[in-house]
Ligand binder design. Sequence first.
Ligand code: UT7
Length: 333
Amino acid sequence: MREKKRVFVRGIGSYLPDRVLTNGDMEKIVDTSDEWIVSRTGIRERHIAAANQVTSDLAVEAATAAMNNAGIGVGEVDAIIVTTVTPDVAFPATACFVQQKLGMGNCPCMDMEAGCSGVIYGLELAAGLVQWGRYRNILLVAADKLSSVTDWTDRSTCVLLADGASGFIVGGEGEGAAAELLGNHIAADGSGAEFLWMPAGGSRLPATETTVVERQHFLKMNGKEVFKRAVKGMAAAVDQLFSNCQVTADQMRLFIPHQANLRIIEAIAEYLNLPLERFWTVLQRTGNTSSASVGIAWDDAARKGQLQRGDLLTLVAFGAGLTSGAALLRWMR
Ligand code: UT7
């Protein structure tokens, strides 16, 4: 048996569109208040893509930032993985449009759908490809334009959702890398698949006039159920990861959780008996950016000097599926 290769995140980058919608702006769209949104979620503002900016455009911005951060060019990328729930079109894969827009050569391109756990699922797949030894650099991009599936008449969801992208170069070369991936755990509980979904537009309920009139082409969420399962799912993912890797929560310099709701993050901090300061949050100004969220928060923490060489960090996420996952990394810069 060949020895498994070590896996590194060689570069990281993120992108938020220019346009900002504040809670004050949301008050003009639906019957809500800044007080309700802040006290129930922690969110104060979110970034929304321009009408002509599609998911692959967001992805290209984050991909370019990640390649620059890794110090590699498009010619060194062997494969593209895009994790998204808002692909440019139903098919082909958004990764193909990313390749097209980056002017890249003939590398394999694939999409992966794992809701807000996209980064952690994507890392699992990318790491496997690198460990297999046939791929040197995988471009992993987590991108979502949730505003394209947001029902702007539904106050229970529209105040939460936002757009953004994060990108990573995952490879086997440790020199100059941002971090080493030390462990990863992913899971899913399909029994909750209909708690967070878009009912129409697939083979189950193809688009018709009725599906449009009934607003079935928008994201629907049972918030209370997802909230409960998010806390349980993320706690379980961290427990499993830590048990697999033989580490403990207090060894972590930082947790980078999915940025859906500050109350969910507070519940995880309480479960792990750690102060909230150990959990990096950006949701106050980004809202819930779905697949992209963990990477946007991680990139933000890194750029703000929150990580020192040798620090351990844990990414943890939960999303549509219902998926969950956690990743253990060591910061190397
Ligand atoms: O990214 C994937 C993972 N997603 C998540 O983790 C989201 C998980 N869920 C949540 O974060 C929370 O459940 C929400 C933020 C979505 C909702 O918070 P909640 O504390 O569970 O509120 P609720 O749904 O129980 O609603 C409480 C009240 C309701 O009014 P009544 O029935 O008590 O009169 C809602 O109609 O708040 C009302 N409400 C609002 N009021 C003002 C719901 N949305 C709004 C709003 N503004 N935007």
